[in-house]
Write a protein that binds this ligand. Structure first.
Ligand code: PLP
Length: 388
């Protein structure tokens, strides 16, 4: 039996999505940019993926979505885009809780002399908006703030922030890494997020295939090319188009639109909330991260009382139950989560963080099995650490 509760790391690809991809490996394998491919409509998945992403993200402009290999590429592209707009003395602002695929390229900019400000986060997990706004100057060329954190699930007020940033620096590019939000909650790029210029997303976080994602650019004329070559995707990102991936991305996006509008997402939230209530009843020392602020409906992060989460996660893995410690993307790293440390969680407590992230396909029965196994593993681990 496998119980998979690590859906912020990656998700299962359902049969309908696999089925949508299969023809593009076999019958319809022509190059989408060739005459044969275009006349056989092999390029249809590209158009469909962009249309489905636009619908999922609340945008009326499918042509503003550029397909990438995932969110790491989209985030790097967004940062590179800003460097073109950077004049001498320009400032780049990000936050301490971003994913490494934002922090690392920005740290590279810093090493090449760009003035970088890493803005702090409050103990709730919400970024300190006032401090960030105070650091914006008319010379700020990029502000990058994630839409929700992959470890805590805490949702950030990016629409509002983007608007305030533009009041001070109208030409500044506002980027958001929305990898954990897209496909989980409704998004409105044309409404409350209308000051967001660039947005990154990734298919495998919402039941699409790995290796495909997108960068949304509100004004593509301001987006410099990432890859030069055959001129695909309006010269912005050359390379033979990943038609099977695009077909899977389109199918996953369409399924996510339905799930968000019907009960699937609210059922997932109810399951998450009842799991938290049960865990708290059985392990009273447990403390939940981000419990008092807006959070993704699928994510629960908690600090286990007095135990090293790695031991518990290993014990659960041996029973076929998959959960995460800090960030799954940095699994194996030897320091505790940079996100928790930035929130002021003490070093020794940060080691006790466990993350459970559900999919909309999760069942109560699985969560009951997880809760029993987790309580046993925590008690076993406490016994090892407690000499009495
Ligand atoms: N941004 C966030 C917030 C993520 O959680 C992840 C992956 O965990 C990424 C970016 C990188 O996504 P990808 O695997 O598509 O490169």
């Amino acid at each position: 039996m496998k119980i998979y509760l690590d859906n912020n790391a990656t998700t299962m690809v359902p049969p309908a999505v696999v089925d949508a991809m299969l023809p593009f490996f076999s019958d319809s394998y022509e190059n989408a940019s060739s005459i044969c491919g275009m006349s056989a409509h092999v390029d249809a998945p590209i158009r469909e993926a962009k249309a489905a992403l636009a619908a999922l993200c609340g945008s009326s402009e499918p042509e503003c979505f550029f397909l990438t290999s995932g969110a790491t590429e989209a985030n790097n592209w967004a940062v590179i885009a800003s460097t073109q707009a950077c004049r001498d003395g320009a400032r780049v602002i990000t936050t301490a809780i971003e994913h490494p695929s934002v922090l690392e390229p920005i740290s590279y900019l810093k090493s090449s002399g760009v003035d970088v400000v890493v803005s702090p986060v409050l103990s709730s997990g919400v970024i300190d908006c006032e401090t960030l706004i105070q650091s914006v100057t008319p010379r700020t060329c990029l502000v990058s703030v994630m839409a929700a954190n992959n470890e805590t699930g805490v949702i950030q007020p990016v629409g509002l922030l983007a608007r305030r940033v533009k009041e001070i620096a109208p030409d500044c590019i506002f980027h958001t890494d929305a990898t954990q939000v897209v496909g989980k909650i409704p998004m409105f790029l044309d409404e409350d997020m209308d000051c967001v210029d660039l947005l990154s997303l990734s298919g495998h976080k919402f039941h699409g295939p790995k290796g495909i994602g997108a960068l949304f650019a509100r004004d593509p004329s301001r987006l410099p090319a990432l890859l030069r070559g055959g001129g695909q995707q309006n010269d912005k990102r050359s390379g033979t188009l990943n038609t099977p991936g695009a077909a899977g991305l389109a199918a996953a996006a369409r399924l996510a639109i339905v799930a968000i509008s019907d009960d699937a997402v609210s059922q997932m939230r109810a399951l998450r909330d009842s799991l938290e209530a049960e865990m708290f009843a059985r392990l009273p020392g447990l403390s939940f991260i981000g419990a008092d602020v807006a959070r993704l409906p699928n994510t629960s992060q908690f600090l286990l009382p007095g135990v090293d989460a790695v031991a518990v996660v290993y014990a659960l893995a041996q029973r076929g139950i998959c959960v995460a410690t800090g960030s799954a993307c940095s699994a194996g790293a030897e320091s505790p989560s940079h996100v928790l440390l930035a929130m002021g969680v003490p070093h020794e407590k940060a080691w006790s963080a466990m993350r459970v992230s559900l999919s909309r396909f999760e069942t109560k029965q699985h969560l009951d099995i997880f809760a029993d196994a987790c309580v046993t593993a925590v008690n076993d681990a406490s016994a090892v650490f407690d000499p009495e």
